[in-house]
Ligand binder design. Structure first.
Ligand code: SF4
Ligand code: MSK
Length: 652
């Protein structure tokens, strides 16, 4: 159980009242959660700071104590090498996760094109044709399915290619950025090749030069951001529709007491889209009624939630740390999981309730879960089988305790929709955004992305940063679990701009009718941020490259290795990235210097791990102002600062 101090003061654990309520229930029932286990288990400071190497059986070697930076592992590996290798391996794992997700979507696109995936179709043909253009595929006179087949095959080819040709999508970056990659040899080649090479380079007795390792980490990460993730986003849009503004809700209050609740959790839209469709099938609704329910309610957790929220307006039951808590409501008949961020603790909670945890990917099986394998060739039938199982569980419900909290939100801000929203159908353009950054109504853009982590107060830093940026005329873009946090705390509504934005940002949001915090999608959809930044550069007036823009990327509550890959590809693309909570390179001051001073000189972006929330905000604003100054668009503005009292008043 959580330690006494934390148990008594929920504000030290979460700023979300629904989460606090469910943690009380967990404590009453004696059920452990990620929160309580984190409180019980101190993180290992040696591994946490990156100074433990277990890459061979002469170790594990832990460089600790006085003079640790000068010590060596048994093989002679220095602190610098060990810390860099650990970081690079994490980047490879993160990149492989996003990219493998993209690969499965490419395979689905091929199955759809061949007419083998009943129930799926090309939903956005315009985007399909545009994407075909990136691969140099001729579209004139071809059917959508023929183009889809060629795009699917070209995407798969990006994974396995063995020549030294850069990934096709890297051509979408601004030319000066491509020049940097060309000159430094950073162009990513085949996605799988880059990941495999990183595993090879970090084998015992391989690459021992931190700068050389990091150069490859950038290549690996770029193969994610400008490769696997970007392909995942594009193919999802082609198959399920490119997001446009959509209304939804967020938090555990979206669960329905009188309906069969099915939560889709993980990252893929493929099965969840089918589950959402099948839930409206009259046959399924009748089946639910035959079990005593009024209908079937689908809700999401984590990034599967973001996928179905962005396209269908299906509400999100919560972010990463709320997955176990959703089951504790007693109102979830089935939680259907696909890939990534699925806590093994789920089955431990579920065994105390009537909830089925249903695994669906051959890559993810869990002891205690039911496995119903997804197969795109019979996806609708599988969706119905899962829903029937959930309906069968409805009569087995015990006590139901659904928190009341749910907030309305507007999501669906794909880069295509942002262009449309700024300029309308005929003059879709990023020009109004650039103009308003140049005239100072918008000071800059902050991308706040990523996970929750029970090592910090749940949702707290994300939400407090949103407040401070918005009040200081900084437009905020969110993805992943930060997007859900923004939704839960009321920041994804146009009203939030009217009530809390600085005068400049407020006037823009009011004119365009947008929230001050724009939800761009799931964690693979950070690729949308790369596209937006590229479009801003191409629109003109704000420099020649992404590194010139007054923008900052922040993962304030990160926990996943994917976050390190995202951070690294954003840096290699020219952005300043700040990560909160903890530093995986804490053990080496030399490595920290490379990631800041060294990387900024090399690629114009830098990575810093900053633990104090106030420092994250101040460093971000300083960076935005420095970039504005360099662009010659500085207009001195008093910074709006918040003490705790002021922050509390701002709560929406
Ligand atoms: Fe120790 Fe070197 Fe083996 Fe790492 S690779 S465990 S530092 S001997
Ligand atoms: S789900 S990677 S906890 S954002 Fe994408 Fe959330 Fe982080 Fe998983």
């Amino acid at each position: 159980m959580a330690d006494e101090k934390k148990k008594d003061d929920k504000k030290q654990v979460t700023v979300d009242p629904a989460t606090a309520r469910m943690l009380d229930i967990a404590a009453e029932c004696g059920i452990s959660t990620m929160f309580s286990r984190a409180a019980e288990m101190k993180p290992c400071p040696i591994g946490g700071g990156g100074s433990c190497c277990k890459n061979c059986a002469m170790g594990p070697c832990r460089l600790t104590g006085k003079g640790a930076e000068e010590k060596m592992g048994v093989c002679g590996a220095t602190m610098e090498t060990i810390v860099a290798r650990n970081f690079c391996r994490a980047v490879a794992v993160g990149a492989s996760a996003h990219s493998d997700h993209g690969r499965d979507l490419a395979r689905t696109l091929i199955a759809v094109a061949k007419g083998e995936a009943k129930g799926y179709e090309v939903k956005d043909e315009e985007k399909l044709r545009r994407v075909a253009g990136y691969f140099g595929i001729e579209t004139e006179g071809k059917s959508a399915n023929d183009i889809a087949l060629a795009v699917g095959q070209a995407s798969l080819h990006e994974y396995g290619k063995q020549d030294d040709e850069p990934l096709a999508y890297t051509k979408r970056a601004p030319e000066p950025r491509q020049k940097i990659w060309r000159n430094l040899g950073l162009f990513p080649r085949g996605v799988d090749r880059e990941v495999v090479e990183m595993l090879h380079r970090t084998h015992m007795g391989m690459d021992q030069d931190a700068n050389n390792l990091f150069a490859h980490a950038m290549r690996v990460a770029l193969s994610d951001g400008w490769g696997g993730s970007m392909m995942a986003t594009d193919i999802s849009d082609i198959l399920f529709g490119t997001p446009k503004a959509v209304v939804g809700g967020a938090n555990l209050g979206v669960l329905e007491a009188k309906q069969v609740n099915v939560i889709v959790h993980g990252h893929e839209p493929t099965l969840s889209e089918m589950i959402a469709a099948a839930a409206n099938d009259p046959e399924m609704i009748e089946y639910a009624k035959s079990k005593g329910a009024e209908g079937i309610n689908i809700a999401g957790i984590c990034c599967t939630a973001n996928e179905v929220l962005m396209r269908q307006g299906i509400s999100s039951a919560g972010n990463f740390l709320q997955q176990e808590l959703a089951i504790l409501t007693g109102a979830v008949e089935a939680m259907v999981v696909d890939i990534q961020c699925i806590a093994q603790g789920l089955t431990h909670v579920a065994q105390k309730y009537h909830t089925d945890i249903v695994t669906t990917s051959p890559k993810v099986k869990m002891p205690g879960a039911v496995h119903i394998q997804f197969d795109e060739h019979r996806a609708y039938d599988i969706a119905k089988e899962i829903l029937k199982r959930a309906c069968d569980n409805f009569p087995k419900r015990g006590k139901v305790q659904i928190p009341k909290e749910k907030s309305p939100l507007v999501a669906g801000f794909s880069h295509e929709y942002i262009r449309y929203m700024l300029g309308g159908s005929f003059r879709a353009s990023f020009q109004p955004l650039n103009d308003n950054i140049i005239n100072g109504r918008i000071q800059g853009v902050a991308g706040i992305v990523g996970c929750n982590n029970p090592r910090t107060i749940h949702d707290n830093v994300m939400v407090s940063l949103m407040k401070q940026f918005v009040a200081n005329d900084v437009l905020v873009a969110v993805t992943g679990c930060t997007g859900i946090a923004g939704g839960k705390h009321g920041w994804l509504t146009p009203e939030a701009a009217l009530e809390h934005a600085g005068d400049g940002l407020k006037s823009v949001c009011e004119a365009v009718g947008i929230p001050p915090v724009l939800h761009l999608g799931s964690c693979v959809d950070n690729s949308r941020i790369l596209t937006v930044l590229t479009e801003v550069v191409h629109t003109g007036g704000l420099g020649e490259d992404i590194s010139d823009l007054p923008v900052v990327g922040i993962a304030p509550e990160w926990m996943s290795e994917k976050a390190l890959s995202i951070a690294t590809y954003c840096v290699a693309t020219g952005a300043y990235v700040i990560m909160g909570v903890t530093s995986p390179v804490e053990a080496s001051a030399k490595i920290q210097k490379i990631m800041t001073v060294g990387w900024e000189e090399l690629v114009g972006g830098k990575l810093e791990f900053v633990i104090e929330p106030e420092d994250i905000f101040n460093k971000s604003m300083d960076h935005i102002m420095k970039k504005r100054e360099a662009l010659g668009i500085t207009e001195k503005k008093e910074r709006v600062l918040f003490d705790m009292e002021a922050r509390r008043k701002l709560e929406v």
